[in-house]
Design a protein around this ligand. Structure first.
Ligand code: ATR
Length: 278
């Protein structure tokens, strides 16, 4: 008889109620009839380090992290993957058998997988990218675009210094463009991404138009409430190919789930619907 304990994992944030991660991991656990639990865990910033050690002691295999822990966790981790280190944040934590804590970042991976799945003919190396925003999400996405071979990235951000810091961090392939010239900056870009919260339900929309955009530009948003943001709607009206942001959330969860529960899950329409209905 096996004496294996069923695996435990979860998502840690402060607050944690808004997180969709329990719904999607539990969907996969049920779908594949796997033993295990995935729980929401509220930890305030000052308790993150001690809280993670306690979870490891309780037998957790790992956790996902959400606001406000993604950056500060790097101070607690014993090992950090190259991509988490370059992005400067982690969203996936592994509690290793030797008691150490490993930090990884799968947000950029999730971003790319979403485009690969929903825009199969997307060619990152075909031209420059325009990234709107310069926060934590932009950092993961700029890293991912550069890793995929995008020749250069232009960043437009309301607060210019944040865009400049991002450009300095990633080097000469990344340049800053003026926030009030963001529509002009679509000219020549073959990948156009909104990484800001603009367009999210209850937020103002992003003031941009696609009159100058190439007809083969791919336009994507990280906002997924609503699924079709005004940004994507405007791109569609212009006849451009668009990919919504929900798939990034779903795909970033795959590596953690596989590592903790031992099965590589699929991202499909059934999962999308399960998450959309919550
Ligand atoms: P995240 O980690 O989700 O990227 P963040 O680090 O707070 O969150 O970054 C939010 C991004 O949305 C930033 O680029 C921010 O612009 P600023 O750097 O100027 O703050 C952008 N953003 C949020 N609200 C905005 C608004 N009303 N107008 C323009 N940009 C906005």
């Amino acid at each position: 008889m096996s004496n294996k304990v069923s695996p435990l994992a979860g998502v840690v944030g402060w607050p944690i109620k808004h997180s969709k991660s329990p719904v999607l991991h539990r969907h996969w656990l049920n779908r594949h009839n796997l033993p295990g639990q995935y729980l929401p865990i509220a930890l305030p910033p000052e308790d993150l380090a001690s809280g993670l050690r306690k979870l490891a002691g309780k037998g957790y295999k790992g956790v996902n992290l959400t606001i406000p822990h993604k950056e500060s966790v790097l101070l607690t981790a014993h090992s950090i993957t190259d991509r988490a280190s370059l992005i400067g944040a982690a969203n996936t934590i592994h509690f290793h058998a030797d008691g150490t804590i490993g930090a990884d970042n799968t947000d950029g991976y999730g971003f790319i997988q979403n485009l690969r799945q929903n825009a199969a003919d997307w060619e990152p190396e075909s031209g420059p990218a325009l990234v709107v925003g310069a926060g934590g999400a932009a950092r993961a996405i700029v890293w991912a675009l550069l890793s995929e071979g995008v020749p250069s990235v232009n960043i437009a951000n309301r607060t210019r210094i944040r865009a400049e810091n991002l450009a300095d961090h990633f080097g000469s392939r990344v340049k800053v463009v003026e926030w009030n010239e963001v529509s002009d900056a679509t000219d020549g870009a073959t990948t156009i991404v909104n990484t800001t919260s603009l367009g999210m339900e209850g937020q103002p929309e992003l003031r941009i138009h696609f009159d100058a955009a190439l007809p083969n530009a791919l336009v994507t948003d990280i906002v997924y409430t609503p699924l079709i943001t005004p940004f994507l709607e405007k791109a569609r009206e212009r006849g451009l190919k668009t990919v919504d942001g929900l798939g990034m959330l779903l795909h970033q969860a795959v590596p953690g789930f596989e590592s903790w529960f031992g099965h590589r899950p699929d991202v499909d329409e059934e999962l999308r619907q399960a998450v959309l209905q919550t």
